[in-house]
Ligand binder design. Structure first.
Ligand code: AHR
Length: 507
């Protein structure tokens, strides 16, 4: 067995846990909306056509915020197609996913769904084929109280009160040549700044996200962010990051260390944003909205023949996730939490069916994929502040990320109820690791409250319609707290969460 150790200090705080870290993403893509969240006629559909089984799973997942309506889709979207009498809404081509958009769900329906799911809406405007005026129009429709043409239209459509959407994405991935209305950094920076200024004139308190690079592999990674922020620094609050990970060429060791890449990604964009801030002599800090992240078997998707037909809600990238994928997702959440001083919003992409923790069948059941579990437990348990972790771990060599630690971990501490939670992964493919956590700096007698581990002898095991609970977290077997020291055995390729609480405290 390998050994690793960490010393925790309640005073060594990174930042408060941001609830927006547990965001998700609903795009009009594949079956995320249609037969995902919305399926009139389904046995479990409610009066608005929303699947109550999916709503229940969304709440159980602990999602706090949902980005909508895209993604690549938004860069050709006309928001006004999705409001008013449903029967009169136009059918349009969606160039991003080569599908037909029926517009049966638009912003009013989505806002009703978001209220039922108890999630904040993060709204993305189209800066691909559209610009400042259309962004102002949709803002007037959703956020202006009353007495103007578009606010009265919303009221006539059944929403007397404005939706109060605070967080806005200024377009999506406009650095990508695949994006409808793709732009240079200079073009996009000017448009994002102009749109941000206009939206702020309408409502000064909005929080605005400028598009960063669509991945760290883009040739313009870093320079794109620098140019965009040179134009928009004063009028935006966030720059976005997007990252998807997959196991390539059977290299599980590199894949398990994907969070090393995410750490590097965040550090690079923070450095880029801060260097622009320094050049502009600004005291303001730009935060990161990691508003697309997940495991996605992108190379399989890119290897497919382009569609020739124009289907409605086809099955697109319905990746089936295994145990190793769940461990990576748990580790990516550790990375996001570790960066809570600068990553204050994040969205796992996506919520249902499309590279998603929740899967559905039309007319049939909904179930939890393996990646559902680390997200749900982290969202439920991470509270209070994120602590710095000083980890001492063995290392292993990877082809993609160099020498990396076998164990990765982060801790959160709630000063109010005294709960301390440690999230940890073991990336070793053969050996268990005994992780020792030094708790002496906590002025409390901490006891074990709960401990969960997700692992399996079969790292390729998945949850399916037939076996929806094949992979779930189970109570950790080998964990003790004694004399100010926590010892937990982390099985090979596993994700774990351990909650400690002070003696006599209840939760
Ligand atoms: O989440 C799937 C797609 O990935 C999104 O539409 C796009 O923004 C990204 O490239």
């Amino acid at each position: 067995m390998l050994a690793a150790s960490v010393v925790l200090d309640p005073a060594a705080v990174v930042a408060p846990v941001s609830r927006r870290t547990f965001g998700s993403f609903v795009e009009h893509m594949g079956r995320c909306v249609y037969t995902g969240i919305h399926e009139p006629g389904h046995p479990q559909a409610d009066e608005d056509g929303f699947r109550t089984d999916v709503l229940a799973l969304t709440r159980e997942l602990g999602v706090t915020m949902v980005r909508y309506p895209g993604g690549n889709f938004v860069s050709g979207y006309r928001w006004e197609d999705g409001v008013g009498p449903v029967a009169q809404r136009p059918r349009r081509r969606d160039l991003a996913w080569h599908s037909i958009e029926t517009n049966q769900v638009g912003i009013d329906e989505f806002a009703r769904w978001a209220a039922k799911a108890d999630v904040e809406i993060m709204y993305a405007v189209n800066l691909g084929t559209r610009g400042v005026q259309e962004a102002l129009d949709v803002h007037e429709y959703v956020n202006h109280a009353e007495g103007t043409q578009l606010s009265e239209l919303r009221r006539a459509n059944g929403a007397a009160k404005p939706y109060g959407i605070t967080l806005w994405c200024l377009g999506n991935e406009l650095d990508g040549p695949w994006q409808t209305g793709h732009k240079t950094a200079q073009e996009y920076g000017l448009l994002a700044a102009a749109t941000a200024r206009a939206l702020r004139s309408a409502e000064p308190g909005l929080e605005l996200v400028a598009c960063g690079s669509s991945s760290s592999a883009m040739p313009t990674f870093g320079s794109w962010e620098a140019t965009v922020l040179e134009h928009a620094y004063d009028v935006v609050d966030y720059v976005s990051c997007h990252a998807y990970y997959e196991e390539l060429d059977g290299d599980l060791g590199s894949f398990l260390a994907s969070a090393v890449d995410m750490d590097h990604f965040v550090d690079s964009i923070v450095a880029t944003a801060d260097s622009v801030g320094a050049r502009l002599r600004s005291k303001k800090k730009i935060n990161i909205s990691f508003d697309e992240w997940n495991v996605w078997y992108l190379s399989r998707f890119q290897g497919q023949e382009p569609r020739a037909d124009w289907p409605v809600a086809p099955r697109v990238i319905e990746d089936e996730y295994n145990v190793a994928d769940a461990v990576v997702v748990g580790n990516l959440l550790i990375s996001l939490l570790r960066h809570s001083d600068r990553v204050t919003a994040a969205c796992q992409a996506q919520l249902v069916n499309v590279i998603a923790p929740i899967r559905t069948e039309p007319g049939g059941p909904a179930w939890r994929q393996t990646i559902f579990h680390p997200f749900a437990k982290t969202a439920a348990l991470a509270r209070g502040s994120v602590l710095h972790t000083r980890l001492d771990s063995p290392t292993y060599a990877t082809a993609r990320h160099g020498e990396v630690a076998v164990v990765d971990a982060v801790a959160t501490y709630d000063g109010e109820d005294g709960d301390l939670v440690i999230f940890a992964v073991n990336r070793d493919q053969t050996d268990s690791v005994e992780l020792t956590v030094d708790l002496h700096l906590f002025n409390a007698d901490l006891h074990l409250a709960e401990a969960w581990t997700l692992t399996d002898d079969d790292l390729r095991a998945t949850n399916t319609r037939e076996q929806p609970d094949r992979v779930t977290p189970v109570p950790a077997q080998r964990v003790t707290v004694d004399g100010g020291t926590l010892r937990v055995v982390l099985p090979r390729v596993s994700w774990s969460a351990i909650r400690l609480h002070p003696a006599r405290a209840t939760r």
